[in-house]
Design a protein around this ligand. Structure first.
Ligand code: C5P
Length: 228
């Protein structure tokens, strides 16, 4: 069964903790750069102490030594999962993988940001990109060769990635929207049920829950949609 990760992109740590308290059975909280820069390691420790696994989504992309150091620090801090950019390349990914160790700590690679469309990605890579799915597939293979636990990819690439990677790797899918919710800055969104059916192992849901008029009800709605 796929797991639900709530992306707590909120203004402060106390807002994040207060919201988490309203979500019964919350197993995973995703902390991103905004909250982490504000609150630091204490917030990770606080969630871990409450039995909530922390997905520390800082998307590292730097020279191998620096990324390896960040990964080791995240693991030692008690985070359960962290992200590196596949675009950092095989050497950086291999160093990160070694630093992650062989315990439960999971390292996953970001393929193509779900906020990219083909035109935006073309501007970044400086060549034609006929299909973002193939870019995600190409980058996912680099992550797998480096021994990462899985990749982060949009729901639109799930079929292709499952076919290419087989059943083992984690497929962590952001850009998840309840039917009727606006996409915001996401370009490639997917409904919870479709993500589960497509083979996602983890669904990352932010604003569909955090910006809902009733976040607890939206959280329940996502859980029910995942099970339906
Ligand atoms: O609010 P929303 O559901 O769009 O939030 C998605 C979350 O997933 C954000 O925290 C964003 O940083 C993260 N994310 C993403 N695309 C990726 C990787 C992570 O949107 N490729």
């Amino acid at each position: 069964m796929a797991e639900l990760i709530v992306a707590l992109d909120l203004p402060s740590g106390s807002d994040a903790l207060a919201l988490a308290d309203r979500l019964p059975g919350l197993a995973w909280a995703k902390l991103g750069p905004v909250l982490y820069v504000q609150e630091g390691p204490a917030l990770v420790r606080e969630f871990a102490a409450r039995g909530v696994r922390v997905f520390l989504d800082l998307k590292w992309h730097d020279i191998p030594t620096v990324v390896a150091g960040a990964v080791a620090a995240a693991r030692d801090l008690g985070a359960a999962m962290a992200t590196v950019h596949c675009l950092g390349g095989p050497e950086m990914l291999a160093a990160a993988r070694t630093a992650a160790g062989n315990g439960d700590f999971a390292l996953v690679g970001v393929t193509v940001l779900t906020s990219h469309d083909a035109a935006g990605f073309e501007q970044v890579v400086g060549r034609g990109v006929p299909d973002l799915g193939f870019e995600a597939e190409r980058l996912a293979k680099v992550a797998m060769q480096a021994g990462l636990r899985g990749v982060v990819a949009s729901g639109h690439e799930l079929g292709l990635l499952r076919e290419t990677l087989g059943t083992g790797p984690w497929l962590v899918v952001p850009g998840v929207r309840l039917p009727g919710d606006g996409p915001g800055d996401q370009r490639r969104t997917i409904a919870p049920r479709d993500a589960v059916r497509g083979g996602a192992t983890h669904l990352v849901v932010g604003r569909s829950i955090t910006a809902a008029r009733d976040p607890a009800a939206a959280y329940q709605a996502v859980r029910e949609a995942m099970e339906s």
